[in-house]
Design a protein around this ligand. Structure first.
Ligand code: GDP
Ligand code: MG
Length: 158
Protein backbone atom coordinates (compact mmCIF):
# COMPACT_ATOMS: atom_id res chain seq x y z
CA UNK A 1 0.00 0.00 0.00
CA UNK A 2 1.73 3.21 -1.03
CA UNK A 3 -0.29 5.36 1.41
CA UNK A 4 1.00 3.20 4.32
CA UNK A 5 2.69 5.57 6.78
CA UNK A 6 4.14 5.78 10.29
CA UNK A 7 3.80 8.62 12.75
CA UNK A 8 5.11 9.58 16.18
CA UNK A 9 2.68 10.52 18.93
CA UNK A 10 3.62 11.98 22.31
CA UNK A 11 1.17 12.18 25.20
CA UNK A 12 2.39 15.41 26.80
CA UNK A 13 3.30 15.61 30.52
CA UNK A 14 0.13 17.38 31.69
CA UNK A 15 -2.08 14.66 30.09
CA UNK A 16 -0.23 11.58 31.32
CA UNK A 17 -2.99 10.73 33.80
CA UNK A 18 -5.25 10.08 30.77
CA UNK A 19 -2.65 8.27 28.63
CA UNK A 20 -4.37 4.88 28.76
CA UNK A 21 -7.71 6.26 27.56
CA UNK A 22 -6.17 8.53 24.93
CA UNK A 23 -4.29 5.59 23.48
CA UNK A 24 -6.87 2.83 23.76
CA UNK A 25 -10.10 4.71 23.08
CA UNK A 26 -8.84 7.23 20.54
CA UNK A 27 -5.53 6.59 18.83
CA UNK A 28 -5.71 2.82 18.31
CA UNK A 29 -8.98 3.40 16.43
CA UNK A 30 -7.00 5.41 13.89
CA UNK A 31 -3.69 3.58 13.57
CA UNK A 32 -1.95 0.38 14.60
CA UNK A 33 0.23 0.83 17.70
CA UNK A 34 3.65 -0.61 16.76
CA UNK A 35 6.07 0.47 19.48
CA UNK A 36 5.71 2.51 22.67
CA UNK A 37 7.60 3.58 25.74
CA UNK A 38 7.25 5.85 28.73
CA UNK A 39 10.09 8.32 29.10
CA UNK A 40 10.22 8.97 32.84
CA UNK A 41 12.43 12.09 32.75
CA UNK A 42 12.63 13.84 29.39
CA UNK A 43 16.21 15.02 28.73
CA UNK A 44 16.52 18.58 27.48
CA UNK A 45 18.32 17.59 24.27
CA UNK A 46 15.49 15.27 23.18
CA UNK A 47 12.80 17.94 23.38
CA UNK A 48 15.19 20.54 21.91
CA UNK A 49 15.78 18.31 18.86
CA UNK A 50 12.11 17.34 18.65
CA UNK A 51 10.96 20.97 18.43
CA UNK A 52 14.02 22.26 16.52
CA UNK A 53 11.67 23.41 13.75
CA UNK A 54 10.38 26.04 16.22
CA UNK A 55 13.88 27.16 17.33
CA UNK A 56 13.98 30.96 17.29
CA UNK A 57 10.26 31.44 17.85
CA UNK A 58 9.21 33.13 21.11
CA UNK A 59 7.48 29.98 22.41
CA UNK A 60 10.42 27.59 21.76
CA UNK A 61 11.84 27.95 25.32
CA UNK A 62 8.32 27.33 26.66
CA UNK A 63 8.20 23.99 24.83
CA UNK A 64 11.47 22.94 26.46
CA UNK A 65 10.06 24.00 29.83
CA UNK A 66 6.84 22.03 29.19
CA UNK A 67 8.73 18.75 28.57
CA UNK A 68 12.13 18.86 30.27
CA UNK A 69 12.41 16.58 33.31
CA UNK A 70 8.83 15.41 32.97
CA UNK A 71 7.14 12.15 32.03
CA UNK A 72 5.71 11.42 28.55
CA UNK A 73 4.40 8.47 26.56
CA UNK A 74 5.84 8.12 23.06
CA UNK A 75 4.52 5.75 20.41
CA UNK A 76 4.75 4.85 16.76
CA UNK A 77 1.47 4.20 14.94
CA UNK A 78 1.20 2.78 11.43
CA UNK A 79 -1.61 2.71 8.89
CA UNK A 80 -2.95 4.13 5.64
CA UNK A 81 -2.68 7.97 5.74
CA UNK A 82 -2.00 7.67 9.47
CA UNK A 83 -0.15 11.01 9.67
CA UNK A 84 -3.18 13.04 8.62
CA UNK A 85 -5.68 10.73 10.32
CA UNK A 86 -4.02 10.95 13.74
CA UNK A 87 -3.68 14.75 13.48
CA UNK A 88 -7.36 14.94 12.51
CA UNK A 89 -8.23 12.96 15.63
CA UNK A 90 -6.15 15.29 17.82
CA UNK A 91 -7.90 18.35 16.39
CA UNK A 92 -6.75 21.98 16.25
CA UNK A 93 -3.61 23.09 18.12
CA UNK A 94 -5.66 25.48 20.27
CA UNK A 95 -7.85 23.46 22.68
CA UNK A 96 -10.51 26.22 22.60
CA UNK A 97 -10.77 25.77 18.83
CA UNK A 98 -10.86 21.98 19.26
CA UNK A 99 -13.82 22.31 21.66
CA UNK A 100 -15.58 24.70 19.29
CA UNK A 101 -15.07 22.41 16.28
CA UNK A 102 -16.31 19.45 18.32
CA UNK A 103 -19.48 21.36 19.20
CA UNK A 104 -20.04 22.45 15.60
CA UNK A 105 -19.41 19.08 13.98
CA UNK A 106 -20.20 16.50 16.68
CA UNK A 107 -16.76 14.99 16.05
CA UNK A 108 -14.46 13.71 18.79
CA UNK A 109 -11.07 15.38 19.25
CA UNK A 110 -8.41 14.33 21.75
CA UNK A 111 -7.47 18.00 22.28
CA UNK A 112 -11.10 18.79 23.15
CA UNK A 113 -11.87 15.83 25.40
CA UNK A 114 -8.67 15.50 27.42
CA UNK A 115 -7.53 19.12 27.84
CA UNK A 116 -8.48 21.29 30.79
CA UNK A 117 -11.88 22.79 29.85
CA UNK A 118 -10.48 26.27 30.58
CA UNK A 119 -7.34 25.85 28.47
CA UNK A 120 -6.76 27.93 25.34
CA UNK A 121 -3.90 29.32 23.28
CA UNK A 122 -4.87 32.77 24.49
CA UNK A 123 -4.65 31.74 28.13
CA UNK A 124 -1.31 29.97 27.61
CA UNK A 125 0.12 33.09 25.98
CA UNK A 126 -1.16 35.23 28.82
CA UNK A 127 0.46 32.88 31.36
CA UNK A 128 3.68 32.68 29.32
CA UNK A 129 3.69 28.90 28.85
CA UNK A 130 3.20 26.44 26.02
CA UNK A 131 -0.37 25.46 25.24
CA UNK A 132 -1.42 22.35 27.13
CA UNK A 133 -3.04 20.55 24.21
CA UNK A 134 -2.63 16.95 25.37
CA UNK A 135 -0.65 15.35 22.57
CA UNK A 136 1.80 15.84 19.72
CA UNK A 137 1.63 14.07 16.35
CA UNK A 138 4.02 14.29 13.40
CA UNK A 139 2.91 16.47 10.50
CA UNK A 140 4.77 14.87 7.56
CA UNK A 141 6.67 11.71 6.57
CA UNK A 142 9.95 13.58 7.03
CA UNK A 143 9.10 14.85 10.51
CA UNK A 144 7.73 11.43 11.50
CA UNK A 145 11.03 9.72 10.66
CA UNK A 146 13.01 12.52 12.32
CA UNK A 147 10.91 12.28 15.50
CA UNK A 148 10.88 8.46 15.64
CA UNK A 149 14.69 8.62 15.37
CA UNK A 150 14.76 10.86 18.44
CA UNK A 151 12.32 9.05 20.73
CA UNK A 152 12.14 5.44 19.51
CA UNK A 153 15.24 4.78 17.38
CA UNK A 154 14.89 1.03 17.93
CA UNK A 155 11.90 1.17 15.54
CA UNK A 156 14.40 1.42 12.67
CA UNK A 157 16.59 -1.39 14.03
CA UNK A 158 13.97 -4.13 13.81
P1 GDP B 1 1.00 21.26 16.58
O1 GDP B 1 1.76 20.62 15.46
O2 GDP B 1 -0.49 21.30 16.36
O3 GDP B 1 1.35 20.68 17.93
O4 GDP B 1 1.42 22.81 16.63
P2 GDP B 1 2.83 23.53 16.34
O5 GDP B 1 3.82 22.58 15.74
O6 GDP B 1 2.54 24.77 15.59
O7 GDP B 1 3.33 23.99 17.79
C1 GDP B 1 3.92 23.06 18.68
C2 GDP B 1 3.32 23.28 20.06
O8 GDP B 1 3.72 24.56 20.54
C3 GDP B 1 1.81 23.32 20.10
O9 GDP B 1 1.26 22.04 20.23
C4 GDP B 1 1.54 24.18 21.31
O10 GDP B 1 1.65 23.44 22.52
C5 GDP B 1 2.68 25.17 21.29
N1 GDP B 1 2.40 26.44 20.62
C6 GDP B 1 2.28 26.66 19.28
N2 GDP B 1 2.11 27.96 18.99
C7 GDP B 1 2.17 28.62 20.18
C8 GDP B 1 2.09 30.01 20.54
O11 GDP B 1 1.96 30.90 19.70
N3 GDP B 1 2.18 30.31 21.87
C9 GDP B 1 2.34 29.34 22.83
N4 GDP B 1 2.42 29.73 24.10
N5 GDP B 1 2.42 28.02 22.53
C10 GDP B 1 2.35 27.65 21.22
MG1 MG C 1 3.79 20.63 15.01
Amino acid sequence: MDNWERTLVIVKPHAMQHAGLIINQQLTQVGCLKLERVVETVPRDLVARHYAVHDGKPFYPLLIEQFEGRRVHVAVYEGPDVIKNIRDRLGPTDPAKARQLARETGRSFVRAIYSDPEESMERAKRENRATNNVAHASDSKESADHEIGIWLPSYFQR
